[in-house]
Every structure is written in C-alpha cells, then in structure tokens.
Design a protein around this ligand. Structure first.
Ligand code: CA2
Length: 147
C-alpha cells in the first residue's frame, strides 16, 4: 500500500487561533482528520506530523526514506529560509509536493522565495485547507505513474 508523509512546519500548530483571513478557520487537527479520510478513500497510508523545529523536520524527512513513497511539505516560514531543508529533500530523493495554505505569491516579497520549490515535484499554494487533499491527489497520482 502506498504511504505518504504530510509534514507541517513552524507555527502551523497555531492554525485557527489567529489570522483566519489568511490561513482559514481550520485547526491542524481538523486538517489531519480530512487527510486521514482522504488517504483511506484513495487506499493509501499516511503519517501526519508537525514540528516547530528545523532539525526535527529534517529528521522526519530523513526517516521517510524507505518508509514513505513521497512527502507533502508545508514548511511554513522555513520555506523561505532553509537551505538545510532543501538539502534534506534532495538527499532522500523522494517526490515532495510543496504546500501552502495562503497564496505566497500574492503576499510579501520575502514569501515569493522558496528553497523547497527547486527540489519539489510541484507547488500548491492559496487554496487553504483544501490544498491538502489536492496535494495528496497530485502526489498519489505521481506515485501511481512513477512508483
Ligand atoms: O501559507 C502557508 O501555508 C505558509 O506556509 C504559512 C506560514 C508562512 O510563514 C508561509 O509564508 C506560508 C506561517 C504559518 C503560521 O501560521 C499561523 C497560524 C495562526 C496564527 C499564526 C500563525
């Protein structure tokens, strides 16, 4: 059975508490519930994780090798800063979908830079919590075609 990792970065544990105009009303646990139902409807396994620490996110990416077929990564603000996350993704050679709740290209210029995009399969940004099942469909379709 295909298995994927859905990994969430810094401050995403605060979803639903502030800035609902930007990030929506869902809390991360709601998003996890939707992802679990979606994975099961697609016959896939899923691990869902969040960390505020760059090192822990890198450890999750390393541990995905040989366990998961691919990764959906909302790296939060580390997207715009972290060469270390970029190197971790490149090193595991797993397909990664970069995901953002907000449309980062419609926001401040510093959010237009992504260290993840050059090593990602593709990017989904701006569809709120609905972006998670979209990213799952994109990754699972890719894995069905390419293994
Ligand atoms: O749009 C996204 O998903 C982001 O990855 C979210 C990050 C932001 O730094 C990226 O540029 C885009 C921020 C997540 C912080 O989420 C909060 C939620 C509620 C209250 C405060 C922060």
């Amino acid at each position: 059975m295909t298995s994927i990792l859905i990994l969430n970065g810094p401050n995403l544990n605060l979803l639903g508490t502030r800035q609902p105009d930007v990030y929506g009303h869902s809390i991360l646990a709601d998003i996890e519930t939707v992802c679990r139902a979606h994975a099961s409807s697609r016959g896939a396994k899923m691990e869902f994780a969040q960390s505020n620490s760059e090192g822990a996110l890198i450890d999750h990416i390393h541990a995905a090798k040989g366990v998961h077929g691919g990764i959906i990564l909302n790296a939060g603000a580390y997207t715009h800063t972290s060469i270390a996350l970029m190197d971790a993704i490149a090193s595991v050679e797993l397909p990664v979908v970069e995901l953002h709740l907000s449309n980062v290209h419609a926001r401040e210029e510093f959010r237009h830079v992504s260290y993840i995009a050059p090593v990602a399969l593709g990017v989904i940004s701006g569809f709120g919590a609905a972006g998670y099942p979209l990213a799952m469909d994109a990754l699972l379709t890719h894995l069905a075609q390419h293994g």
